[in-house]
Design a protein around this ligand. Structure first.
Ligand SMILES: Nc1ncnc2c1ncn2[C@@H]1O[C@H](COP(=O)(O)OP(=O)(O)O)[C@@H](O)[C@H]1O
Ligand SMILES: [Mg+2]
Length: 181
């Protein structure tokens, strides 16, 4: 469970319209805005997404957190069992959907379609946070088709704040190896 306790914002670039305090209060959820946390691995994206999710829960919001690949698998399984609508309905009860590690695993056609459906359903209804190390121009490599990728980016980016994580990996910075010459 990661919280804002001890979390450093020094190496994260926020857009001018968004302050650290607003972020800590998860205020963007009431505005149905999205957050895109973009940057290299180990720079604190999952930690921040988790901290925001916990804060939102404390404020009475319903939050679902998924690793994106797991969400896609669960969607696929639900579809096979004829339970897709039920699963989508469950998702639609959340005020905030967090998709961690977006774009780490390429998706097949059905997987891309299902994820697109989830993102489309959220558009202007619910907030989404995605964490990714993939710039928009490379999204087409992980989603099956170019048109769907463009539509997905369009929906996510409209009403969203982009946070840039351009520090060095905390995992490497804090690893034991650094004490070697
Ligand atoms: N800004 C930060 N302040 C405090 N700890 C951090 C920060 N960024 C990363 N960490 C720590 O470094 C590790 C890697 O962070 P993580 O959120 O998993 O990175 P990412 O999701 O970007 O790969 C975690 O243990 C996390 O708690
Ligand atoms: Mg992560």
């Amino acid at each position: 469970m990661k919280t804002f306790d001890g979390y450093l914002f020094d190496e994260i670039r926020l857009p001018a319209e968004l302050s650290v305090n607003e972020l800590k209060e998860a205020a963007f959820i009431s505005e149905k805005k999205n957050l895109i946390l973009y940057g290299n691995v180990g720079t604190g994206k999952t930690h921040l997404a988790t901290a925001i999710g916990i804060e939102a829960c404390n404020r009475g919001k319903t939050v679902r957190f998924f690793r994106t690949a797991t969400l896609v698998n669960q969607l696929g399984d639900a579809q096979k069992k004829g339970e897709l609508n039920r699963f989508l309905k469950q998702l639609s009860k959340a005020d905030l959907l967090i998709c961690d590690e977006w774009g780490y695993v390429p998706l097949d056609r059905d997987g891309s379609k299902l994820l697109f459906q989830v993102i489309s359903d959220c558009y202007e209804q619910r907030s989404v946070i995605i964490t990714t190390n993939l710039e928009f121009s490379k999204w087409v490599n992980i989603f099956y088709d170019e048109q769907m990728t463009a539509a997905m980016i369009d929906r996510l980016v409209h009403h969203s704040y982009l946070l840039l994580f351009d520090g060095q990996s905390y995992r490497i910075k804090n690893s034991l190896m650094k004490s070697y010459p």
